[in-house]
Design a protein around this ligand. Structure first.
Ligand code: CA2
Length: 158
């Protein structure tokens, strides 16, 4: 059975590439989804891609992944800095949870610096632009790299 990955995008990310290109670049969310689907085809894995402006809808999606999805890739956007509900939902999910931010949140202003949802994530990728989504998928699929490199994955849990 192919690996299943759920990709979640939080509030306002539907405006990527349309507003504030100096911060988030000119790639639209639709183009990011197309690239993720292209990689999924190449790796022979299955991806569902979602965007919601609603915290509860994101919680419902994470809950629906329980027992059905192998890994979650999530850009919680503004909810990264506020959402205990997302933290609790992420804790329920047993597989790898990779948080992605397009910008380098550590180099941002005080409001955009402290992701609380990353405390419930397996890993965090930020500052790579839209490639962060690609890097997250590669990290979630063990067979994306030669078997000789799989040991590095295990040691990253230390
Ligand atoms: O860099 C990222 O991916 C962020 O998660 C994006 C969030 C921001 O709050 C985080 O600090 C970092 C903002 C998403 C809002 O998306 C917009 C897209 C275009 C124009 C305006 C907002």
């Amino acid at each position: 059975m192919p690996i299943k990955i759920m990709i979640l995008n939080g509030p306002n990310l539907n405006f990527l590439g349309i507003r504030e290109p100096h911060i988030y670049g000119s790639t639209t969310l639709g183009e990011i989804e197309a690239s993720c689907q292209e990689l999924a085809k190449y790796l022979d894995v299955s991806i569902t891609f979602h965007q919601s402006n609603l915290e509860g809808e994101l919680v419902n999606l994470i809950q629906s992944a329980h027992g059905k999805v192998d890994a979650i890739v999530m850009n919680p956007a503004a909810y990264s800095f506020t959402s205990i509900a997302l933290i609790d939902a992420l804790k329920i999910f047993e597989g790898p949870k990779i948080e992605v931010h397009i910008s380098n949140i550590h180099a941002r202003d005080e409001l955009h610096r402290h992701s609380i949802t990353s405390s419930a994530s397996t890993a965090v990728i930020c500052g790579l632009g839209p490639y962060g989504y690609i890097a997250a998928i590669l990290a979630a699929v063990p067979d994306a790299v030669p078997a000789s490199l799989h040991g590095l994955r295990a040691s990253s849990k230390a």
